[in-house]
Design a binder for this molecule. Structure first.
Ligand SMILES: CSCCC(=O)C(=O)COP(=O)(O)O
Ligand SMILES: [Zn+2]
Length: 195
């Protein structure tokens, strides 16, 4: 599958999960000239090729119409931060929004078999840390918070906002996004046990 189609398929998949309410979320993949990113304000359940813009690694639009995502500069910063990152998928889910507000210092995950879906993990019998960075409308401020917690191999949460998953390929990034969302849903469900 060509990369643009693979990115569009990933966006449609995320939207079908209900992870992009009210046009929330933005999505990108690295290409030789920079990265392809979703235009701002688009309904991700109806995403099409002309909803993608080509930007250079400074976030400047090279091709496409409309405005790039309001969070495009964060995608650019992530691609500049780590040349291994090939894809960035950002969603707004209930579990990530609620838990990132509840645990602004980050979320510890341990004992879940699903941890093995996150690159570099081969056992449930370990504690891994999912970082949470404070929300900001200033993408360079957000990027500074992310940089301070680097390396983030699979992604991070933005407080009260959502998940940013990263991966070396679109397929790996999809797996990371799905695993993070699953793990957060488990943590949210478990938090009801003590009530
Ligand atoms: C509608 S949710 C608020 C904006 C946001 O956080 C988001 O992910 C979508 O912004 P975009 O400019 O990429 O449409
Ligand atoms: Zn967002």
């Amino acid at each position: 599958m060509i990369l643009q189609d693979e990115l569009l398929a990933a966006i449609s998949w995320a939207a079908q999960q209900g992870w992009t309410p009210a046009t929330g979320g933005n999505f990108s993949a690295r290409v030789p000239q920079g990265y392809l990113v979703t235009a701002s304000g688009r309904d991700k359940t109806r995403i099409q090729a002309d909803d993608l813009l080509l930007c250079d690694l400074e976030g400047r639009v090279l091709e496409g119409s409309g405005k790039p995502s309001a969070e495009s500069d964060l995608h650019a910063a992530l691609y500049r931060m780590d040349e291994q990152i090939g894809c960035v998928l950002h969603t707004h889910t209930v579990a990530s929004t609620v838990l990132s507000r509840r645990f602004p210092e980050g979320i510890a995950l341990s004992g879940f078999e699903m941890q093995k879906a996150l690159q570099g993990n081969s056992t449930h019998d370990a504690t891994i840390h999912l970082p949470v960075v404070p929300n900001s409308q200033d993408m360079s401020e957000l990027a500074d918070h992310v940089r301070a917690g680097w390396p983030m191999l699979w992604g991070f949460l933005v407080a009260g906002h959502g998940i940013y998953a990263v991966g070396s390929s679109i397929a790996e990034c999809r797996r990371h996004l799905e695993a993070i969302e699953f793990l957060l849903a488990c943590v949210l469900e478990e938090s009801r046990w003590s009530k």
